[in-house]
Design a protein around this ligand. Sequence first.
Ligand code: SF4
Ligand code: SF4
Length: 284
Amino acid sequence: MKEEIEQAIKGFVRTSPSNRLKDSDEQYFAEPMVGYADIHDPLFAEYKKIIGDFHLTPAEFLEAEYGEACPQSGTVISWILPVGMVIRRSNRKRTKTPSLEWSHMRCFGELFNESLRKYAVALLNSRGYRTLAPVLNTQWKRIISPEVGHASNWSERHAAYAAGLGTFSLTDALITRKGIAHRIGSVITELVVEPTARPYQGPYDYCLKYSANTCGACIKRCPAGAISEKGHNKETCSQYMRQVISPKVNETYGVTISGCGLCQTNVPCEGKIPAIKQLMAHSS
Ligand code: SF4
Ligand code: SF4
């Protein structure tokens, strides 16, 4: 069943007409990576301390949806959709605002990700496994508080970390084997499959700033000054989106959601786990 799901997700990404840049054959996303975590992995309880009490565990989502007869075991299936090379290249040249292609990926590509979540839910339900997509669920909500700023009660990044897909970075985004330029999705299902081993020791292993105290390319790439040696300032980043990016690109590019993504392109971790050797090549 695990293999069937993985092939189905990859097939949907490969063949869906919605995974295409407008008026082009170029895909928003290349072949995804898929990972699995036990719904009772202790990390999900820890996230309540790390992210906040408001963050729900997979078991809490299942209980809220199915009540007392909810599944007692199951799996979080998480996927990484790596941004296509043509889109990444177009954004590498930008210094203040994102390219048209990046903006379309961020808006229409995320709509495609939403359809992938629905597809995965329908597939698993059709096989008799109750399944939900947290960010499409009625329990899902955004949180804005003085303590955490902008957040939500399900973090796709943290689910992907638990499912062995990558580690965090100076920008807060996840660095995976296929880099940091991606979108993430997940579903929670009662299907039990073997969890993916996490091939890392700590939450920041793949970021050169944390692992080797070097790099910092994303600091220079950020036009808003939202990234520093101390990390990513979510409020400064959001403010730049609201005040600069959205007014500039939404109408011009015909999008309703914007994201800049400059810190995810033209950096050593753009398309892979960065290595010191690669950093030297990047800066020469
Ligand atoms: S550009 Fe360098 S410092 Fe920034 S997230 Fe990537 S590896 Fe880490
Ligand atoms: S998304 Fe843009 S504004 Fe936000 S941290 Fe990255 S480069 Fe800076």
